[in-house]
Write a protein that binds this ligand. Structure first.
Ligand code: BGC
Length: 224
């Protein structure tokens, strides 16, 4: 079941949708909630808003949602959540060394994974290449906006991933986001030497990661 993102994506409207989801799931207040957002998240606060309502900047997301919903709520950046899920259960499981997950969607999100551990807040979509944020020229939204063929888009992506190769020497790139289901159409045009694989959970990796994280917090709280 999918719930549409309310127009404008303001925190209050998202809160109402989440309340509706909890009601539909008949969740008991004991259960923890995991939410992934396209924003930097530190200390339960959402800190940035590249492609969402500016109301999320420096917003006390965990406190507000936990209080209003009467459910302990854990927020995590969407790409970090995807990385967490892929490291635990997906394409990056058991990989020694560095894996870089990127999500290609409206923006470009990233997660750095070292020996399966998430190093959060990386924001590689905002790396500046050729005078602009890579996500402005290389996200899936940019491909659609500019009507790029997969071959031309793949060339652009090559410059991004080749740059990341030079800086991080990763063992593996994992690609998530909406377009990852169509990986066979553009992977051949991304010419790099590091292996490139689609996320096991494709565009759902973030959702799985947020849920896993909430479950881990719940388990930790139960042990305390
Ligand atoms: C945001 C990231 C997010 C990514 C993917 C970027 O614009 O800055 O926080 O992970 O989009 O949604």
């Amino acid at each position: 079941m999918k719930y549409a993102t309310p127009e404008g994506g303001h925190p209050d409207d998202i809160l109402s949708v989440v309340a509706q989801i909890l009601e539909d799931l008949e969740a008991s207040a004991r259960e923890h909630l995991g939410v992934c957002v396209p924003s930097v998240v530190t200390h339960g606060m959402t800190r940035s808003a590249a492609n969402i309502s500016p109301d999320w900047i420096d917003f006390a997301a965990e406190e507000t949602f936990s209080t209003s919903l009467n459910h302990t709520t854990h927020f995590i950046n969407d790409a970090d959540a995807a990385g967490f899920a892929e490291a635990r259960l997906g394409a990056a499981r058991g990989i020694a060394g560095m894996t870089i997950l990127t999500t290609l969607g409206t923006g470009i999100g990233s997660a750095l994974l070292v020996d399966g551990e998430l190093i959060p807040h990386s924001e590689l979509g905002h790396l500046e290449l050729d005078g602009t944020d890579v996500e402005h020229r290389m996200s899936n939204a940019a491909r659609e906006r500019e009507g790029l063929s997969f071959a031309v888009w793949g060339e652009r992506l090559t410059s991004f991933y080749a740059h990341l190769e030079k800086i991080f020497s990763p063992e593996l790139f994992v690609i998530g986001g909406g377009i990852s289901a169509q990986h066979a159409e553009f992977f051949p045009y991304v010419r790099i030497s590091t292996p490139l694989v689609p996320a096991h959970f494709l565009n759902n990796a973030g959702i799985v990661g947020a849920a896993l994280l909430a479950a881990e917090h719940l388990a930790t709280a139960a042990r305390a």
